[in-house]
Design a protein around this ligand. Structure first.
Ligand SMILES: C[S@@+](CC[C@H](N)C(=O)[O-])C[C@H]1O[C@@H](n2cnc3c(N)ncnc32)[C@H](O)[C@@H]1O
Length: 222
């Protein structure tokens, strides 16, 4: 996996995604645009099936659900997030192949997605609950399912206190995120926990933006 999978002009995709949010409040539009600038699902796009169901767990306002739907129009995408406010906003952008529901990992029961995508949710979920989260995902997907977990990690140790502070402000003051900031484990430990839940995972660190690394754990049933 490389961060350099983008050989074509993706600006039209970005514009199409942003258009879906045109009627939403400026704060939501700003947040969606910022997330699209800060990270990308393009590196894992070649791993996604062309049809079936993808669940974006912790989808936030759902911009990556729309991105994936633009790129893979036959795939059905369900965005789940425990934050009612975000899901209310996301639902205003729904279209036939992109739906949103309030819910966390427990909502996976009874679904049979080919792929579960979870971008930047781990740091908000208490570490003690990661095994349960990984197990819920493992039970939900079929024998050839996939779990794509992304974390944003800092290459500069001195940035950690700053990130913690930023997350505390976002979470506690603005209520922009929900959960407990800022949970983090070394990648080998994450793979170990994934292994204990029945996954076999590989980790790829992709550069950027700035002093950040986009860390993808790609997990398949063991
Ligand atoms: C940083 S945002 C990322 C949103 C989106 N995935 C993205 O990349 O833009 C983290 C999201 O995780 C959600 N979240 C927090 N705890 C969660 C949990 N235990 N399970 C699923 N989602 C969770 C929050 O409500 C929030 O919308």
């Amino acid at each position: 996996m490389t961060g350099d999978t983008v050989s074509q002009d993706l600006h039209p995709v970005r514009r199409r995604v942003l258009r879906r949010y045109a009627a939403l409040p400026p704060a939501v539009r700003w947040h969606v645009a910022a997330r699209l600038s800060l990270c990308s699902v393009e590196p894992v796009l070649p791993r996604l099936p062309r049809e079936g169901l993808l669940v974006d767990l912790g989808c936030g306002h759902g911009q990556f659900c729309h991105w994936i739907a633009c790129r893979l129009p036959k795939l059905s995408v369900l965005g789940l997030d425990p934050c009612a406010r975000r899901i209310r906003a996301a639902r205003r952008t729904q279209r036939p192949k992109v739906r949103f529901e309030e819910g966390g990992p427990a909502r996976l029961t009874g679904l049979r997605p080919q792929v579960i995508l979870a971008m930047d949710i781990l740091y908000l979920c208490p570490k003690e609950r990661w095994p349960e989260l990984f197990l819920s995902c493992r039970r939900a997907v079929g024998p050839s399912g996939l779990l794509l977990l992304k974390e944003t990690v800092s290459r500069a140790p001195w940035l950690f206190p700053l990130i913690k502070l930023q997350e505390s402000v976002m979470t506690r003051v603005f209520g922009i995120s929900s959960g407990i900031p800022y949970q983090h484990l070394p990648p080998a430990r994450v793979r170990e926990l994934l292994g204990a839940a029945g996954w076999r995972a590989r980790t790829s660190d992709l550069p950027g933006p700035g002093p950040y690394t986009q860390r993808w754990h790609v997990a398949e049933p063991a």
